[in-house]
Unconditional design. Structure first.
Length: 266
């Protein structure tokens, strides 16, 4: 008797097609506010069943909100928190920030990387720099570094948060507090000249624990976050040892920030 054939995993082409279709759905919903499943089926050329599976996944990742008959865009703060969304924006700026941050890392160091997607760009550059110890609670960084030789990866566990694709909560904080690293690389969602902010308290608590665990603290920020505030205060800019920000020219905002922290232009 012939044994049953094992189920095949999705091919790379199929995965890419799904990602492209879901991105098309996201862009349409964000641009229009709401959309029906039938409308999205026509837009993508996919069946209603496929579209509903896509919408279930996007809703789970907090990118859209499902209701009877269709979907709507999530509030901007929830949408901008999504790891899947953040990975796709400001790519050129994040590459520049990662390149500058890499110059601060030497073989043999221990570093901590938070849930910022800029740190994912940095993690992708670490392969030739080992030996390194890397601590992170961000699942995409864990997946990136898992096969990398000469990287001792310490994954911070805790309560899994699908929106951030990361581990948070008290278990994560306690693990971080038990460690001491040479450099903690962090980012956040908003900053003024003297204060940094984030809209979610769970993220703030983990980032504060990471700052306390770092002998040196480096803040990675793109210029779109300058001059903005959010609900929760993370830390004073003076609590960081260095700010790396994108751009090749000076500005009044950067001049004011220099009064509190050393600034590197990426």
């Amino acid at each position: 008797m012939t044994p049953p054939e094992a189920p095949r995993s999705a091919s790379p082409k199929r995965s890419q097609a799904r990602e492209a279709r879901q991105q098309l759905i996201i862009d349409h919903v964000v641009a229009n506010g709401v959309a029906t499943a039938g409308e999205l089926s026509t837009l993508t050329g996919a069946s209603l069943m496929t579209v509903h599976r896509d919408l279930d996944e996007l809703a789970r990742r907090s990118l859209v909100r499902k209701f009877h008959g269709g979907v709507s865009a999530q509030p901007s703060t929830a949408f901008e928190s999504s790891s899947a969304y953040r990975i796709r924006v400001q790519g050129r700026e994040k590459e520049a920030l990662a390149a500058s941050a890499l110059s601060l890392i030497e073989p043999g160091m221990s570093i901590m990387l938070d849930t910022s997607t800029t740190n994912l760009f940095l993690a992708r550059r670490l392969g030739d720099l080992g030996p390194l110890t890397v601590v992170t609670n961000y699942l995409p960084i864990m997946q990136t570094l898992r096969p990398v030789r000469d990287v001792h990866l310490i994954g911070v566990g805790g309560d899994y948060n699908a929106t951030h694709d990361a581990f948070l909560g008290m278990a994560a904080i306690e693990t971080i507090q038990a460690l001491s690293v040479d450099v903690a690389f962090l980012s956040t969602s908003a900053m003024t000249a003297d204060t940094t902010y984030h809209q979610e308290p769970d993220i703030v608590m983990v980032k504060r624990a990471m700052m306390a665990s770092g002998q040196s603290r480096v803040l990675l920020m793109d210029r779109t976050k300058l001059g903005r505030t959010a609900l929760h205060r993370l830390a004073a800019t003076a609590e960081f040892d260095r700010l790396i920000i994108d751009g090749d020219g000076e500005s009044a905002d950067v001049d004011r920030i220099r009064e509190h922290v050393d600034v590197t232009l990426a």
